[in-house]
Design a protein around this ligand. Structure first.
Ligand code: NDP
Ligand code: 8X3
Length: 251
């Protein structure tokens, strides 16, 4: 029986690469994001190998989340795997100069959005007594760096929620895992620096950053373990990164 995965933030980076590896491995897909054009393109491409449904909503809009999940067609209502991936950093300012709109965006998307999606989907997993949730945290869920204040706080919250969700859901046979990446070359820094591509590119210069496909590969590993195995928490770093603040760069 084919599994069905619900992936938030599937329009780019880690979420898109996860959709691609899942499609190759015959997992049915529910792909989510705000950029409809990208969702449609991905649906067209991945429908060649698997069944694909798209949902266009903002995870931070509570009503939109519940409406989108309720709108799923009958044959997509049973979800085996939830990848809570949608999220970004907005800004890198010291706290005294921080933009409160950026703080609110990160809290609303990275924490509240993840919670809304989980609340919309986990009851059906509980009813069926099976399922798997993978929360995409970050090395910023474990460590803090200068200017990372609110982003790191949101990812620390994801780490706590991952542990709490596992406590609540493991009694129903639901596996809950976190994948915590270090630096991955995606659109992440372009979003953080509000479209300043040059500044974003500098983040990944002088070393070989992780690729979205490296994280997708690990996510696929986590979902393909035998059912009695739960990879509860895993940190994945580029070889050149020793910690949240120590990156060996060569120019
Ligand atoms: P990208 O910017 O490439 O992708 C982010 C994805 O999240 C996009 O698909 C975007 O879709 C979606 N998203 C953002 N905001 C919302 C929203 N309000 N509603 C719905 N979807 C949203 O970055 P990554 O792939 O790198 O990031 C994915 C996850 O990985 C994030 O949680 C990030 O914090 C985490 N991470 C990233 C690391 C990195 O170095 N890149 C390292 C560690 C963790 P759309 O804009 O279409 O809505
Ligand atoms: C993304 C990685 O180090 O930019 O979570 O916070 S980092």
């Amino acid at each position: 029986m084919k599994k069905t995965a619900f992936i938030t933030g599937a329009t780019s980076g880690i979420g898109k690469a996860t959709a691609e590896i899942f499609a190759k491995n015959n997992i049915r897909l529910i792909l989510c994001g705000r950029r409809l054009d990208r969702l449609e393109l991905l649906q067209k491409e991945l429908s060649k190998t698997t069944d694909v449904c798209i949902l266009n909503f903002d995870v931070s809009d509570k009503n939109a989340v519940f409406k989108a999940v309720a709108s799923l067609p009958e044959n997509f209502k049973e979800i085996d795997i939830l990848i809570n991936n949608a999220g970004n950093a907005h800004g890198l300012s010291p706290v005294q100069e921080g933009d409160t709109n950026d703080w609110e965006a990160m809290i609303d998307i990275n924490i509240k959005g993840l919670l809304y999606v989980t609340k919309a989907i986990s009851p059906s997993m509980v009813a069926l007594k099976k399922g798997q949730i993978i929360n995409i945290g970050s090395i910023s869920a474990k460590e803090v760096y200068e200017g990372g204040n609110v982003y790191c706080a949101t990812k620390h919250a994801v780490d706590a929620l991952n542990k709490g969700m596992r406590m609540d859901l493991s009694k129903y046979g639901i596996r809950v895992s976190a994948v915590h990446p270090g630096l991955v070359d995606t659109e992440f820094s372009t979003v953080r620096f509000k479209g300043d591509v040059e500044r974003a590119d500098d983040v990944y210069k002088g070393f070989e950053a992780l690729k979205a496909e490296d994280i997708a590969d690990l996510i696929h590993f986590v979902v393909t373990r035998p059912y009695h195995v739960n990879i509860s928490d895993i940190l994945i770093l580029p070889n050149a990164q020793a910690s949240g603040t120590q990156i060996h760069k060569e120019f």
